[in-house]
Design a binder for this molecule. Structure first.
Ligand SMILES: [Cu+2]
Length: 308
């Protein structure tokens, strides 16, 4: 569709369905995108990252970077054409090898993170205001990954666990249905590669995620308490049924619902934030951010679109 139409559609959707981060507060003109759920390092540590931006990891990242991550949605490399492993050097996966984002490559185990449950199906959000066509490839670091070391290509499986082409852009974000591998525990990096087909660019993102620590192999009956604790937090009722219904679909399915069709998990984050800035303030932050967006998002976005 023509760009102006797309912009109008994106704006309309943005006004109906707020995202959970104040990404569209007044700021420099921008386009492109980055994952917001699970939140990417560049978004978490951007000036719009809220509490997360104040964490030790983000402060160190900005320090090492020498400049703030204002252009959180502009982490892209031209003309890679799928040769990610040749073009992006080991240890520099999170910056895409771009000096302007080098702070994101710091090897540390305390980046703002998102809790996840192995084997679950969920909807990733990748915020964007200007639509591009292309394919998203999602990788998860291998079992045994050491988050205290640099992220190298050998830490990622050869093949992505999910691949989605041209997902729906609703509410200002691409909705990407993924089913997580079931054999991860502890802290990992969800590495997202968005290879555009409508531009020469490929976008790279690191989202830090934390799975429950591995437990001993035990009969299910032995762990009822822990399970009960986790369920309501991770998904709303109905989400599970839906995930089961969709299985055994491929490891990822495009969420192509055209409108605000009610579905479990779309109104609330599927996974909650953890890490140094976690706690009861997270929902409050999200709610406040949504309000901020409702008040300022439309105007800021309109200004931005006009600038384009
Ligand atoms: Cu772009």
């Amino acid at each position: 569709m023509p760009r102006t139409t797309a912009h109008r559609a994106a704006l309309a959707a943005a006004l109906v369905t707020p995202v959970l981060l104040p990404l569209w507060a007044a700021g420099p003109a921008r386009a492109h995108g980055a994952p917001t759920d699970p939140v990417s390092r560049v978004v978490a540590c951007s000036p719009e990252g809220g509490e997360r931006a104040g964490t030790a990891a983000c402060r160190a990242a900005v320090g090492a970077n020498g400049a703030p991550f204002t252009a959180w949605d502009n982490l892209r490399v031209a003309n890679v054409d799928g040769r990610d492993r040749e073009v992006v050097p080991d240890g520099k996966l999170c910056s895409g090898g771009l000096p302007a984002y080098r702070g994101l490559d710091l090897a540390r185990a305390d980046w703002p993170s998102t809790r996840m449950t192995p084997g679950t199906t969920l909807t990733m959000r990748y915020v964007s205001t200007i639509p591009h066509t292309g394919t998203f490839r999602m990788y998860l670091t291998k079992p045994g990954y050491d988050p205290a070391g640099p992220l190298n290509w050998s830490d990622l499986p050869e093949k992505p666990f999910a691949t989605v082409t041209d997902p729906a852009l609703t509410g200002g974000a691409y909705r990407i249905r993924i089913t997580l591998p079931s054999d991860r525990s502890g802290r990992h990096v969800l590495y997202t590669v968005w290879q555009n087909s409508s531009t020469p660019d490929t976008y790279y993102s690191c989202s830090d995620v934390v799975f429950p620590e591995a437990k001993q192999e035990q009969p299910e009956e032995k762990e009822p308490e822990r399970k009960k604790e986790k369920e309501p937090e991770q998904k709303k009722p109905g989400q599970k049924a839906e995930a089961e219904k969709e299985e055994p679909a491929a490891s990822a399915a495009v969420d192509d619902s055209p409108g605000p069709r009610p579905r479990g998990g779309d109104e609330t984050p599927l996974a909650s934030t953890s890490g140094p800035a976690s706690g009861p303030s997270a929902p409050v932050l999200a709610g406040g951010a949504a309000a901020v967006l409702l008040l300022t998002g439309g105007a800021a976005l309109a200004v931005r679109l006009r600038r384009r």
